[in-house]
Design a protein around this ligand. Structure first.
Ligand code: PGA
Length: 258
């Protein structure tokens, strides 16, 4: 099965309104450079509408060929949850994707696999494609616990999903020690975990569905290391932090997956 690669930019809590619009326009104007690669921009919540407008989004359609995504969301549709954003709100401003369970959410904001599971179900119910993030810390890798940690994260974050739901998600494998550190996993280290994840998806859904799910690598992906990652059989794209803040770098990474 040939999977369409997907490269997403996680802008985290960076940029300002004008710079967000400028970056979105630059990526949208040059998206053809990425060929058939699906491109997603995930700006801060405050700039979703600005970026959506810059991308020319009309609700969930994307004439520019670049999709919009949130970086997080609540699992409820509305209510007294001060400071949160609801899944239908993301849809309303043109999002088709949402990053869930990023390691910064897990580490700094106490998100457990149970919370990620509730959010994943809520995203799917709202019609969003969740990008579910997993990955081990350096301590866990050094203790040879990578496989056990990732297995638990996948099984618990996706618990109770139907095979049809599993077919709709994107997974991002992001070793925590590689995020924002400049230390990228070797292509072999990444491939090994991607293959493990695909095996877990086969058990949760079916081998055919596992074969169709895109699994991104994330953690210090740059234009100069993207090609060797892209060459691995189970790496289907990238979730890019720092390098997604420059159109040249983001598109350079996307081209490696084309
Ligand atoms: P990085 O971040 O590319 O800056 O390492 C990746 C991420 O956190 O998604």
């Amino acid at each position: 099965m040939s999977r369409r690669s997907i490269v997403a930019g996680n802008w985290k809590m960076n940029l300002d309104c004008a710079k967000a619009a400028e970056l979105a326009q630059a990526v949208a104007g040059r998206h053809a450079e990425a060929g058939n690669v699906e491109l997603v921009l995930c700006p801060p919540t405050a700039y979703l509408t600005t970026v959506g407008t810059a991308l020319g989004l009309v609700h969930a359609t994307s004439p520019s060929g670049v999709a919009l995504g949130g970086q997080n969301m609540h699992d409820k549709s509305s209510g007294a949850f001060t400071g949160e954003v609801a899944p239908p709100m993301l849809v309303d401003v043109g999002c088709r994707f949402v990053i869930l369970g990023h390691s910064e959410r897990r580490t700094l904001f106490g998100e457990t696999d149970g919370i990620v599971n509730a959010k994943t179900k809520a995203a799917l119910a709202a019609g969003l494609t969740p990008i579910v993030c997993v990955g081990e810390t350096l301590e866990e890798r050094e203790a040879n616990r990578t496989q056990a940690v990732v297995t638990t994260q996948i099984n618990d974050s996706l618990a109770g999903l139907t095979p049809a739901d599993v077919a709709k998600i994107v997974i991002a494998y992001e070793p925590v020690w590689a995020i924002g550190t400049g230390k990228v996993a070797s292509p072999q280290q990444a491939q090994e975990v991607h293959a493990l994840i695909r095996g877990l998806l086969a058990s949760l859904a079916s081998p055919a569905i596992a074969d169709s799910v895109r699994i991104q690598y994330g953690g210090s992906v740059k234009p100069d290391n993207a090609a060797e990652l892209a060459a691995q059989p189970d790496i289907d794209g990238a979730l890019v932090g720092g390098a997604s803040l420059k159109a040249d770098d983001f598109l350079g990474i996307a081209r490696a997956f084309a």
